[in-house]
Ligand binder design. Structure first.
Ligand SMILES: *Cc1c(COP(=O)(O)O)cnc(C)c1O
Length: 368
């Protein structure tokens, strides 16, 4: 038997999460974000889960090529735009739409004027409404919008989309997040020509301010069944698309006062049992997981006990007498939300999902 660690991904969970978002925001186009190899799930693996989406958003041109090769005929939007001429040509070959977030990218469009492209590209013009990452300042927005509107009309391209990104939609305290999101929404609405569509919301925007989401939404993490915060994914009705699990490969009896693992970080307060799990930081499990980080075994929560090492981690089995060598240990999934593990580790579920190491075998749940 190979080493027992595995990541199992379920395209049906993705499909259900898309339907959930469609129910929440009736009449809005849902454009899941599949960058970073579908948030670490494997784009090819989970692709069948995206059939109900209206468009897909990605950064990596190779991913766009893979989507087209898999038969995706609906729009693909490149979220950071095109990086150079070769990239632009490839985007057109693949019939992509793309974001324009600065003046150089805008003027690059001129190279395509009156060329026969075989389709009508839709440009997503990005406004910087306070995130201060990508986009036109609102003060420069009106001129860019006017230029693009004329360009699109003159070349018979699709009507553009005015886009921005919420900075604080995931903050725990509604008092802090709502005014900024409303201000961002208002800046966009003031500039948007009536015949353009709008796109504002990532997962946090969708779940926390559905009324400010605009015409096309860009859910990433929610589609994979994790939460952007502040509430749990389950409370939003989302189902995890990935389960990371392994097995107990050894059990040690420890006496009160004995210590476990590198640096002897964990110390037994009673006589008890330690389970050794075949999963370590070289599999993508965070090394900085503190004692108390939850795992699921034999229908119950157990806790990390001692420092995570490269290939193994140790858990406290003192209250789980049924646990034995070969017991399955869920590191995250349906029973232990990845967000909860991330909370313990001072990060977010996104980072954990994206960081599964190449040596972990993936399996896909096949639909009956
Ligand atoms: C990654 C990304 C998203 C998705 O964000 P989530 O928080 O995962 O929903 C949306 N919009 C843009 C521009 C992105 O880069």
């Amino acid at each position: 038997m190979p080493r027992p660690i595995r990541a199992v991904v379920d395209p049906a969970a993705i499909s259900a999460n898309i339907i959930k978002i469609k129910q929440l925001l009736k009449g809005v186009a849902v454009m899941p974000v599949v960058k970073a190899n579908a948030y670490g799930h494997g784009l090819g693996r989970v692709f069948p889960g995206f059939q109900n989406a209206d468009a897909l958003a990605i950064l990596e041109i190779e991913g766009a090529a893979m989507l087209r090769a898999s038969g995706w005929t609906k729009p693909i939007v490149l979220l950071e735009g095109c990086f150079d001429d070769a990239d632009l040509n490839r985007a057109i070959e693949l019939q992509c739409d793309w974001v324009v977030h600065n003046i150089d990218q805008l003027h690059d469009l001129e190279k395509l004027a009156s060329k026969p492209l075989g389709y009508k590209p839709r440009i997503y013009l990005k406004l910087n409404t306070g995130m201060n990452r990508l986009g036109f300042q609102p003060t420069d927005g009106a001129a860019a919008i006017a230029w693009l509107d004329q360009f699109a009309t003159r070349n018979a391209w699709s009507s553009p989309v005015l886009m921005t990104h919420f900075a604080n939609a995931d903050e725990a305290e509604p008092r802090d997040r709502r005014p900024l999101a409303e201000a961002q929404h208002q800046q966009l609405t003031q500039l948007k020509p009536a015949h353009w569509q709008s796109s504002l919301a990532n997962s946090a925007g969708i779940l926390n301010f559905p009324e400010l989401a605009g015409d096309i939404v860009r859910p990433g993490i929610a589609i994979y069944g994790a939460s952007p915060g502040p509430h749990t994914a389950a409370s939003y009705g989302l189902k995890p698309a990935m389960t990371l699990s392994s097995e107990i490969i050894a059990i040690q009896s420890v006496k009160k006062g004995e210590r476990v693992g590198y640096g002897s970080r964990w110390q037994a307060t009673e006589d008890g049992r330690i389970g050794v799990v075949a999963c370590g930081y070289a599999d993508g499990y965070p090394r900085h997981a503190p004692d108390g980080t939850p795992v699921w075994i034999e229908g119950r929560i157990a806790s990390v006990a001692g420092r995570v090492s490269m290939d193994m981690m140790t858990i406290d089995l003192s209250n789980i007498p049924e646990a034995k060598v070969g017991s399955t240990v869920e590191l995250w999934g349906d029973n232990v939300p990845v967000d909860l593990v991330a909370d313990h580790c001072g990060t977010i579920g996104y980072e954990l999902l994206c960081a599964i190491a190449p040596r972990v075998p993936f399996h896909t749940v096949v639909q009956p």
